[in-house]
Design a protein around this ligand. Structure first.
Ligand code: ZN
Length: 262
């Protein structure tokens, strides 16, 4: 077990498990504290903090750390250069199981404190904001650089299957974005249609295709710029009519509000 190699095997195993589960729980809570707004905005690792708690993590890390400090009062040491410093905090290592027994030290609590001590050391490193847990396989990993942008599509480690999942999620999101854009473009011209234009669905599809063909992005080949949108058909307009009409009413109510606010 951490801090007491001479303890019986059974107790060492139980303490080892306690050490790992405590450390994992603290690290998970730490990572989660930056995912507070995940659904609305995305993950913000720079917002991680020790005050955060939730239904899954009812006790703030700060409380755990303060209780740990009270059980293991910090030791102020004098450095060779004459400056005082706080020595790394944690439970004292015991040379024998007998000593632990004679001092009535609870091996489980001892293992938990060892884990908390490791967690405090992690917070002192340059990794706290770069540490992540893969959304696919659950492994922990550290990014080379601290993320500066909000993470919207999850965090994935470098294993090939996890990278594939990340790329599928990106594609899914791009296609969803393009879909909403097409509905938006259709809504923008919806009211401009008149019976003189002929079939509404055909006319709307034509207007949208005219607009999307003008949008060009770099394609696979460096010099080539292509529209990322595939032309839509009359059938597409019919199938998406409800959503387009909902977008039209949304635009109208926004315009009405803006008008009444003047
Ligand atoms: Zn992974």
């Amino acid at each position: 077990m951490p801090g007491c190699p001479s303890a019986p095997q059974e107790i060492r195993d139980a303490a080892g498990k306690e050490f790992l589960s405590t450390l994992r729980e603290l690290v998970n809570q730490w990572i989660e504290s930056g995912r507070l707004q995940l659904k609305q905005f995305g993950e913000q690792p720079w917002s991680r903090n020790v005050q955060w708690c939730s239904n899954d993590f009812p006790k703030p890390i700060a409380k755990t750390l303060l209780e740990f400090r009270d059980r293991n009062p910090p030791l102020v040491v004098l450095n060779g250069d004459g400056r005082f410093a706080i020595a790394p905090m944690g439970p004292v290592g015991h040379s024998s199981w007998g000593t632990m027994l004679s001092q009535s030290i609870d091996p489980q609590q001892h293992a938990r404190d060892k884990a908390i001590s490791q967690f405090t050391l992690l917070l002192e490193t340059r990794c706290p904001q770069r540490l992540f847990r893969c959304d696919e396989c659950g492994r922990y990993f550290v990014l080379a650089r601290e993320p500066r942008k909000i993470i919207k599509l999850g965090t994935y480690c470098s294993r090939s299957e996890c990278r594939k999942r990340a790329s599928a999620k990106r594609m899914e999101s791009t296609s969803k974005g393009r879909h909403s854009a097409l509905e938006r473009f259709a809504a923008e011209v919806w009211e401009k249609w008149t019976p003189n234009c002929g079939s509404r669905e055909v006319w709307i599809a034509k207007q949208v295709n005219c607009r999307t063909s003008e949008i060009k992005v770099n394609s696979g080949k460096k010099s080539e710029r292509k529209s990322p949108y595939k032309p839509i058909t009359r059938r597409w307009v019919t199938e998406h009519m409800q959503r387009i009409e909902a977008e039209v009413s949304k635009r109208k109510s926004v315009a009405a509000k803006a008008g009444s606010g003047r």
